[in-house]
Design a protein around this ligand. Sequence first.
Ligand SMILES: [Zn+2]
Ligand SMILES: [Zn+2]
Length: 181
Amino acid sequence: MITVVRFGRFEARIQSEVADFLARSLDCEIECGGLLPEPEGALDERRGQWMSVEFLKALLAAAPRRGRILGLTGCDLYIPMLSFLFGQAQLDGAAAVVSVARLRQEFYGLPGDEGILITRLRKEALHELGHTLGLVHCPDRSCAMSLSTNLPQVDIKRDEYCENCLQAARARLAALNGESK
Ligand SMILES: [Zn+2]
Ligand SMILES: [Zn+2]
């Protein structure tokens, strides 16, 4: 079972749009879950950014048994080694998080565009959730599982997996469904 939750003030409407999109993409049921508070102590006030690992910990505590959980946040995430992250996930683990902070046009001083935001978010949601299903980075630059460390790399990929990644994701999902029965 896969659940999509939101942190803090993240828009419920965009959360349910992402949940519907993932259900169509993966051809499985996705639960649109509730709201989690932003993790205590995750904010680094000096950087003005939030520690991604704390979001994963909060998600793990809320994860369905043998399932997967994807959290959506507007907070700008980082890990100590990197200046920022679009998202983070446990490889073949329960939890993944995606931040929309740097997917918004407004971050770059441009007028807001919800269509662009949602398209980018779909790609990164598929990407991070894919990691929880055991998928690694894909060499196909148009596949949602290709690595994006900047916005042009997000924009160049499609909001779907290549055939290989889709097969692998479906196989892992089928195995998980079998285990939980
Ligand atoms: Zn990745
Ligand atoms: Zn791929």
